[in-house]
Ligand binder design. Structure first.
Ligand code: FE2
Ligand code: FE2
Length: 289
């Protein structure tokens, strides 16, 4: 029996915190810099609450300037706290039951870490994969096809969002528009990175198992992904470059979006057809004929 996971195994240790006197604008900037959605709020060395990206968004939706609101006014007090040794199962149950989206790890009155829903889901995926013998590869070709195609739907949604944000920046570059573009572009590029990893793990073996041509196709897909990875990294770096004018960044995103749309289409036509990925042979059994 595997050892029980505890909070310590999944938490983000020494999380960045923010003070009650700081403004929501400062907190918002900090969250974006760190790519986090929750900040513990500390006052006099003690935990006072948690501020989440959603709390900030709520204030923003009221058309209030984030510079005019202090963290103290928007934080959620009495956050759910746990210790490092709390079993993760307990924490996950409590988070689900009370709809908490994070737990703050406190030891002797000091904030030691934070566990978010994303951390809990990552642990869940790891545990499920371990139970399945680490084999998403055990999917049949038609399941692989379904999983990849549904991710394509999600990615198309992200492409639309990034394109929309880029067009707005092209029209009139504002700070807010640029922020939206950076967020949409960042999410798009990160999701694509994860998508390629999934394809390498499940689509490549599925293709390889089909027939002799499958190997050629799988090799082509790997090469394609290596190229895409380079392009994505370059695009991500460009988005983060502060000295580059917003309109140029928007043009870069629009070029990337157009290219990625073509890639998705081509992939669906050539590699993800129902005819190619059918279940006559379970994945991995090509040589058992
Ligand atoms: Fe791909
Ligand atoms: Fe894909």
């Amino acid at each position: 029996m595997a050892e029980l996971l505890t909070v310590r195994d999944v938490m983000t240790a020494a999380p960045h915190a923010i003070g009650v006197e700081q403004t929501l604008a400062q907190a918002h900037r900090r969250m974006r810099e760190l790519s986090v959605r929750h900040l513990p709020v500390i006052h006099g060395g003690r935990l006072r609450g948690v501020l989440s990206a959603r709390d900030v968004a709520l204030v923003k939706a009221l058309d209030v300037e984030l510079d005019d609101v202090r963290v103290e006014e928007a934080l959620v007090g009495e956050p759910y706290t746990v210790s490092e040794r709390t079993p993760l199962t307990r924490v996950a149950r409590a988070m689900a039951a009370h709809k908490y989206d994070c737990a703050v790890v406190v030891e002797h009155g000091q904030v030691k870490g934070i566990v978010t829903v994303s951390d809990a889901l990552r642990a869940l995926a790891g545990a499920l994969e371990a139970e399945l013998g680490g084999a998403p590869e055990a999917m049949t070709p038609s399941q692989v096809r379904e999983v990849i195609l549904s991710e394509h739907v999600h990615i198309r949604g992200l492409l639309d969002r990034a394109e929309h944000a880029a067009r707005q920046v092209r029209e009139s570059p504002t700070d807010e528009g640029s922020e939206r573009l950076a967020a949409a572009g960042g999410q798009l590029y990160a999701s694509l990175g994860a998508h390629m990893e999934l394809e390498n793990r499940v689509l490549v073996p599925a293709l390889e198992s089909i027939d002799a041509w499958g190997r050629v196709r799988a090799e082509g897909l790997r090469r394609e992904h290596a190229e895409q990875k380079g392009a994505l990294e370059a695009a991500q770096a460009e988005l983060g470059r502060s000295e580059q004018p917003a309109r140029e960044k928007a043009d870069g995103v629009l070029r990337m979006v157009a290219m990625l749309r073509k890639d998705l289409e081509l992939e669906e036509e050539t590699l993800l057809s129902a005819r190619l990925l059918q279940d006559a042979l379970p994945v991995g059994s090509a040589d058992s004929e």
